[in-house]
Design a protein around this ligand. Sequence first.
Ligand code: 5AD
Ligand code: SF4
Length: 479
Amino acid sequence: MPEIEKYGAASGSEAAGIPAPEGAGRRMYVKSFGCQMNVYDAQRMADILAREGFTRTDLPEDADLIVVNTCHIRERAAEKLFSELGKLRALKAMRAAQKKETKLVVAGCVAQAEGAEIYRRQKAVDAVVGPQSYHRLPQILQQANSGMFIADTEFPIESKFDFLPPPSPGQIRARGVSAVVTVQEGCDKFCTFCVVPYTRGAEASRPVESIIAEVEALAAAGVREVTLLGQNVNAYHGAAKGGPAVSLAGLCERISKVPGIARIRYTTSHPGDMDSNLIAAHRSLRSLMPYLHLPVQSGSDKILGAMNRRHKRKDYIELATNIRAARPDIALSSDFIVGFPGESEEDFEATMDLAAAVGFANAYSFKYSPRPGTPAASLPRQIPEAVKAERLLRLQALLYEQQRAFNAKMVGRTVEVLVEKRGRHPGQIVGKSPYLQPVQMEGRPERIGQIVRAEIISSGAHSLFARLLPGEASNEAFP
Ligand code: 5AD
Ligand code: SF4
């Protein structure tokens, strides 16, 4: 099937015959689902569209252009999308009755996976654009304006990063002091439960200089923390001018030299790509934050094998030990899947046991859910829903208790907090500890963007409450 498909003028289009508004003043509504990379992609799409004269609106009914940035990890992702598109079709019809045209674009991983099928099922959609093609949005919209339906789900030769406009300082400031930057995309690991290798394509790293330029622009507009994103971020190996490829450890070192950047984080990592340089960077780089999201998925070697995870239980436990030797206070976080096909009670116990042995500050746990097109979906011995639900409850009780205990241990300590925004109540500000815990305290909004010292006075399962101490911390320091 060709990857770019075009259909003739949509005869069923409610907007047929209504001239598109010209020039500036058009409004866009961008709705994003799923992971942080989708949040980043949605921001970059908005940057491109801003150049085309679109301003943002939070009200879909006011929008001349609606972009739905989809996530394929969600359970029944395609069904949920079609139900949303049904509502947007009604909205489009309502606006058409007021002589207002609305273009509807579906982007993201469901767009990639379903392609032109989306238009076949919902004719109100004007264009479908995959995650590797959104730099072509202006051309895609132009074609859509001439009444064509466009599905662009290619994995183009050119990198979208070479075509994306840098966000303006104003756009950056509106997004706050902590920013995400995609440095790597795609995955070659092919875990048998996962759609990412199919939706995001083969692993690819952005060149170092392009990332540094983006981080410098962020820092110049007041960003103090960057989170480097990639589906398999620690497989990063970016080209650098006049030298060999740079690893994630090397990239973090380069970013740590950008004036203004006080904190670096990265996510998501595969245990198999956690090399000794990266572990050493957690010891030597002050700005590399002591928090690591390192999914294990299961504690049973049999299940890890069936998942094609390419690491064993023992490897993960050793890795956690080595990372803690480099940075003893590091907060480890993980993803777990329970009820993978063939998971016995004994296999599940091995997962509980691994969680207890490693100890996590944070975790995300899921019931296995078959994703169409992935190898595990057609494995025999699928686990009954009730068994999955019961196992998930047991695992989550343990992980919740670990998280609560990790937070409770902070009480009485002084930590450095990057203040991000005003709190929910007047006079309050909120920031993050080095361990990614939200910290709430009384304080003036001028503190936003500063790294302050705060004494933790109490803790909950998800956040900490603190007393602001005088002065500003010069930079992060080891506790
Ligand atoms: N079923 C359940 N959880 C899944 N994840 C990915 N695919 C599936 C699936 N088919 C979880 C994994 C991954 C996280 C982002 O989502 O734990 O690390
Ligand atoms: Fe999916 Fe992560 Fe496995 Fe890649 S490493 S296939 S993104 S779960």
